[in-house]
Design a protein. Sequence first.
Length: 731
Amino acid sequence: MQTTHSFVQRIAAIIAILNNFLLIILIKFKSHRKVGKYKYLMIYISIFEILYAVIDAFAAPTIFTKDSMFVVVVYADQELVPFYFMETSVNLFCVFYGISMAIFAIHFIYRFLVVSENNIVKKHNGKLIFGMLLFPILFGIIWFWVVNFFLAPFDKADDYLRKNRLENMGLNISDVAYAGAYFWPIGVDGHHHPHWKTFIGVFIMIRSNMQRISSVQTKGFTMQRIRSGSRNCGCIGDGFEWNHISAVGKYKYLMIYISIFEILYAVIDAFAAPTIFTKDSMFVVVVYADQELVPFYFMETSVNLFCVFYGISMAIFAIHFIYRFLVVSENNIVKKHNEKLIFGMLLFPILFGIFWFWVVNFFLAPFDKADDYLRSLVGIMIMFVAIQISAVIGVLSNILLVILIITKSPKTLGSYKILMIYISCFEILYSILDALIVPKMFSQNSGALIFVFAKEALLPKSFLLPANVLYCTFFGSSMALFAVHFIYRYLAVTGSNLIKYHNGKVIIFLLLFPLSFGFFWYLLSHFTLGPFEEGDLFVRKYYLVDHDIQLSEIYYVGYYFYPEDAYGNTSMNWKCIVGCAIETSFINLSFGIIFYYGYKCYRHTKSGNKKFTNSSSHISLQTQLFYALVFQTVIPVFLMHIPSTISISTAFSNISFESLSQWLACTISLYPALDPLPNFFIIKSYRLAILGFFKRVADFIVCRKTNTTNIIMVQTRNELFMSNASRTVMT
């Protein structure tokens, strides 16, 4: 394998040398006279690549990587240079690798200076070329020092390479030369420890290369802009210059947005007073009860919010840069869809923060090995707070949607707003129930259960089991609710006679269908998924032994397909299997209705069927309602149904997937909070109402004094005009 590898390297090196020699000849004798001194840089890069190919051919280096080791290795029996030159050849190979981007960087810098007609090229071209030729050499000297000091061989790396590579090849460490990274060497205690010299060396290399790549991208992009003639950096439209205060336009909302964000960040920082604790491989944000100015039960939330605001900060600046780019490039999105753009940019950091909140709570939460006591206390508190916050957001966002439906809906919306309010009320109740019982998912082998803990729930113990079953019922009814929406949307866009002559009866039927569906689901879950003797044994064996809690404190429902009795005998739980099959059929029925009527509705909406109306505004409204409904449906599909299907399927296959179950508890709580958002963003009347509210707030904060001054100036000018007019008349 080594022989084949070195043979391929040397063939490639010969081709590279010939190609670059040919390029040098063409540059020297066939270059356009206007190329000027740039041909020296072109020849420079060709010479560099010839030398790189020569080193590669003579040393024939290979890359070896395993676990935390990544090294370049040269074997004595493969290279064509003297034995004492092995280490130097490895170092030169690494140095040439590092220099490559620096050489391209100076090319892009020179190209930028030329196309921008910079005076440096005109007046100091010789010095500029000399400096650019010298820069990669100096860069290579630094890289050579980094390789020899930070990434040089050391004893633990020798031992690891010998055991994992050389012994299998019948070689000794003296038969090779290598350089590279070994991040986590094994110490005398048998544990991995960080090798800080390696970390520092790799950081320097990555940072320097990223700087070179950044130079290439920046100068290349700017050069393209100059070549394409995009030199206009003014604000779009209305003939405003940058120094005109009116040119700020709607960008002031983004400016206010970032200021409000920083005020909230400062408030959280002041009240929570978080500190950073780091030791070995731990890096955590800590809030102390005797230091913060908020109640004890809000400690976990303050830590999470602090981390979330940290994560959002760059997202907020990102949308600013995106908007600034769209403005200076005079993009049509700003001209034609400015309000939608602003709304989307205001919404993006919020969605980003929700995602960051989930990451912090799921991936960075306390765990068993950190501290058993904190796991049982703090871990539960984090889950509790996460569900409570999601519930509050869900209730508030759906209440806002109900208000918008009642007050800001177009008149042509008709009775459909009853169904829209219906689904919002459903999600409000779902959020409240989620907050009251704080459910948790647990899966092991063939069991997938929903737990409610008496200590965490906010309901009496006698209500906890029915509430848990009701929680399952809300889960099952969600798709039925969307199914009736798609049915009504189809009837509306096709101008069905049912809507024209029996609208009230249709609405009543569509309201009753999910209720009947949910009632049957509740009975089915109660009789097929409720607690039973083998289920109690399962909970004791796989959950209670690791947690300080009694079975009497847990109320559970769920699937346990292959229960074990007290003697370890396994049997089929046919009652559970039948219940699962019926519930799956119900879900599939709902999805079938959604896909069937959704597709037919889409066809009619796209074709712009005008047999029932000639109004383009009516067609536009129907399109908005349809797409809002589609996105509303997609949210629970991805947050609830796909993860739950995977969890139940793995349980049926007798496979444990506990991490997915924990994730499912978080995503279900997010569903009512996120589901109203498509209506806010897609339906125009609701979007304008929200933007109008933010505009009034912004005008109140920023523009009130300016508006008053403008009014006074206008009044003064009017009085002066009337005075002059009176004098003219008198004359």
